[in-house]
Design a protein around this ligand. Sequence first.
Ligand code: CA
Length: 239
Amino acid sequence: MRVLVIEDERKLAAAIARGLVEEGFAVDAAYNGVNGLWKATSEPYDAILLDIMLPGLSGYEVLKRLRAADVWTPVLMLTAKDGEYDEADALDLGADDYLSKPFSYVVLVAHLRALLRRGAPARPAVLAAGDLTLDPARRLCHRAGEEITLTAREFALLEFLLRHADEVVSKSDILTHVWDEHYDGDTNIVEVYVGYLRRKIDTPYGRRTIETLRGAGYRLLGTGADAAGAGAAGADAGD
Ligand code: CA
């Protein structure tokens, strides 16, 4: 098993490498983000240990670019509690696991072994309904092969609807999952955003994939979405 350690504190990088070598791993090290990204994209690693606060490119940015380059090597992020980023950010960004510094060596190896056992990940599924696709890891949305630009909120709303395709979701379900718990404004905000989404993913393509079920909520048509397009005979394109 070959592991890449991207860590700018050389002493720490050396200590990690020494320990992992003793455990039978092959270890390479990089001491800044640019070099780390280059190694991670050009060599086949089984896992990457990635520090967040790095010169050149932050670990954050390295991870984003790795995933954008379609490299799905499992990443164990090393986070500092007092740092600019935290665990939640690391996981949001597509890290497979994280460890807070300072960590014990035993814990590091345990996490690493667990990660390797899980094997090559964890490429998050691309969500799809007919020819509409949403790639949460790469933050991309396409309809009929065309890229659609969504705001963060529109993206989150569409992701929620796609994860519940063909189910009826109420406005309050949507509010709970797409807006944070502190939002206490008008629930009509959901309607407004569904309208924005329709104008981006449906209207220009002659589709009606987001149904309004009066008094109940919304339903995004999943597998039958293409058939429900404007050109179809439309038994279920109503509402
Ligand atoms: Ca650092």
